[in-house]
Structure formats: structure tokens, C-alpha cells
Design a protein around this ligand. Structure first.
Ligand code: GRG
Length: 310
């Protein structure tokens, strides 16, 4: 037990996140040069390089390394998931969707570049994601990745973002907005599992696939990712309530007053917190058969998602 505690406390999670995110940022910068036509590449770079926590690419790299792969092998899938995440944010912010003015601390893509260019920047990032993931030249020439692994990863990513994944979550979310009745809990879970968890799942799974994980390892990691995906949203809902009630100095926060259905609204704040604890526990249980030291980044990533303050 002494050794376990030592491993858990010795792991420098902040340093790990910062160094992996910095490597991802450098690679993203190189992956989208300011080519002609200039305006579209400016828009793609504007949204892609605007910051963001880079949770998905770091998960991808951590899963690849846990499965036995090298960071450089994880970079193409890691870039691909961040490109897809960014394009989904660009499209989500459009006037025909959420109509948002700010994203990642700056004007949204359509506010800065106009709607047509923002739509196209999203489309181009989606295409570039699959190009980056599938192009053998994206991978280090010294480390061969079998083409069958890349093909599996492409299929996995396509499934997770398409009409049975991210897009499904978004469309059901749109259909559930503005209704008189609160959204039932199974529908709320469906939205989160597709809109948020699907891409986190793809990030972890394709990292593990290119890293050479066994089928059993990939499935364990898939379950881990689903748990942290749902956890991400439950914690988001809890923070909405606790932050706004703290800021407003009253018990009923902004979220309880708005018409958005959330976990605290459906099951109360205490039960939501218990649910978050349970998801964090379940996520970490999936990592138990892996080498404890190598699993440390994913253990800490689950805690980071569970205990973040914003
Ligand atoms: C994928 C083809 C295709 C279309 C997109 C618009 C759309 C369909 C889906 C919406 C997806 C969406 C906006 C999900 C919310 C995801 C989420 C939890 C965002 C916040 O993620 P963070 O906190 O953000 O990781 P940063 O900025 O840190 O990266």
C-alpha cells in the first residue's frame, strides 16, 4: 500500500498535462499552415490555436502510451480528435445552432470571419482530421504502425462523430430544447453520452488502437472513457449550480432557474454529487488490470475531470 500511495502522489499531473498540451499545440500549428486560400486557413487556425485544455488529445496520447505505443505514434490521432472537437465547437456556435458570440475567450469563428467561412472552416477541419489520421506520412517513419490499426481507428472515429455519435447527441439536444416538460433522465444521459462522451471515447479508443492495445484493453478503455464523458457533464451541471449560487449568494443558482435540464434539477445536488463519485470510481475500476504506474495519467485525468472548479 505504501508503494501505491507513493506512485499516486509522485506523479506530476500538472507537468504531464502542460508538456503533452504543449507538444499537441506545436503539432497543430504545423498541421495547418497558412496556405492559399488564405482566409479559410486563417479561420481554421484562429479556432484551432485559440487555446482550449486539450483534454481529448492528452487522453489519446495517454491511452496510446498505456497500450504500449510511443507519443509520436499517438500524435496523428491526437490532432485528429482536437480538429474534430474544434469543428464541432465552430458549428455549435453558429447562429443556426447556439448562436454564441464568444468561444475560448475570443469572438466565435463566425463573428470573426462571417458565417460562410465558419461553416467551411468546420468542414475543412473535419476533412483534415481524417486526412491526418489516415495519412501514413503523419506517422514517424522509424516506428511502423500497421495499416490495419489505422483503418480500425478511422472507422472508430467516423462512427463516434457521425449520426450515431456526436451528431446524434446534437440533434437530440436540439429536439429537446424549449420543451415545456423537463427532459427525462434517460434522454439527458443519451445526449451526454453522444454529444460529449462519444468523442472522449474515440480519443481514448483510437489512441489505444494505434498504440497496439489488445481487444480487451481497448474495451476496458472504452468503458473508462464513457464514464469520464458522463462525469464531465454531471460535474459541469453541478458547477453551474454551485458557482452561480455562490456568485449570487443564494441557494438557487442560475441553472435551477433556466429551462435547461440538468442532473441537479432531476435528482438534486447531493444525488448528483454521489453519481459523479460513482462514475469516477467506475472509470478508475476499468484501469485496475493495467500497470499501475503507466495508468497514472488516466487515473489523474479522471480525478481532474471530477474535481475541476470550472
Ligand atoms: C461532428 C460533423 C460534426 C458536427 C458537429 C455541432 C455538433 C455537430 C456537435 C456539438 C458538439 C458539442 C459542442 C459538444 C459539447 C462538447 C464539450 C463538452 C465542450 C467543452 O469541451 P472542453 O471543456 O473545451 O474540453 P476546450 O475549449 O477546453 O477544448
Amino acid at each position: 500500500a505504501g508503494k501505491e500511495t507513493a506512485v499516486a502522489t509522485e506523479f506530476d499531473f500538472k507537468g504531464y498535462m502542460l508538456s503533452k498540451a504543449a507538444a499537441v499545440n506545436r503539432a497543430l500549428d504545423l498541421a495547418v499552415p497558412l496556405a492559399e486560400p488564405r482566409r479559410i486557413h486563417e479561420a481554421m487556425r484562429y479556432s484551432l490555436l485559440a487555446g482550449g485544455k486539450r483534454v481529448r488529445p492528452v487522453l489519446c496520447i495517454a491511452a496510446c502510451e498505456l497500450a504500449g505505443g510511443h507519443e509520436s505514434v499517438a500524435m496523428p490521432p491526437a490532432l485528429a480528435v482536437e480538429m474534430i472537437h474544434t469543428m464541432s465547437l465552430i458549428h455549435d456556435d453558429l447562429p443556426c445552432m447556439d448562436d454564441d458570440d464568444l468561444r475560448r475567450g475570443q469572438p466565435t469563428c463566425h463573428r470573426a470571419f462571417g458565417e460562410p467561412v465558419a461553416v467551411l472552416a468546420g468542414d475543412a477541419l473535419l476533412a483534415l482530421a481524417f486526412r491526418t489520421l489516415s495519412n501514413p506520412q503523419s506517422y514517424p517513419s522509424s516506428l511502423t504502425v500497421p495499416p490495419s490499426r489505422i483503418l480500425n481507428a478511422v472507422a472508430e472515429l467516423a462512427r463516434c462523430v457521425g449520426s450515431e455519435g456526436l451528431v446524434a447527441g446534437q440533434v437530440v439536444d436540439i429536439e429537446s430544447t424549449g420543451l415545456a416538460e423537463p427532459v427525462p433522465i434517460d434522454r439527458l444521459e443519451y445526449i451526454h453520452l453522444h454529444k460529449t462522451a462519444a468523442l472522449l471515447e474515440a480519443s481514448v479508443v483510437i489512441g489505444a488502437i494505434v498504440g497496439g492495445g489488445s481487444d480487451l484493453q481497448v474495451e476496458r478503455l472504452r468503458r473508462y472513457a464513457r464514464c469520464i464523458g458522463l462525469l464531465f457533464q454531471v460535474v459541469d451541471d453541478i458547477l453551474d449550480v454551485t458557482k452561480s449560487s455562490h456568485e449570487l449568494g443564494k441557494t438557487a443558482g442560475k441553472d435551477l432557474a433556466s429551462d435547461k435540464t440538468t442532473y441537479p434539477k432531476l435528482m438534486g445536488l447531493e444525488k448528483s454529487k454521489e453519481f459523479a463519485e460513482e462514475l469516477n470510481r467506475d472509470a478508475k475500476q476499468q484501469l485496475e488490470d493495467f500497470d499501475r504506474e503507466k495508468a497514472a495519467p488516466l487515473v489523474h485525468l479522471a480525478n481532474y475531470i471530477a474535481y475541476r472548479q470550472k
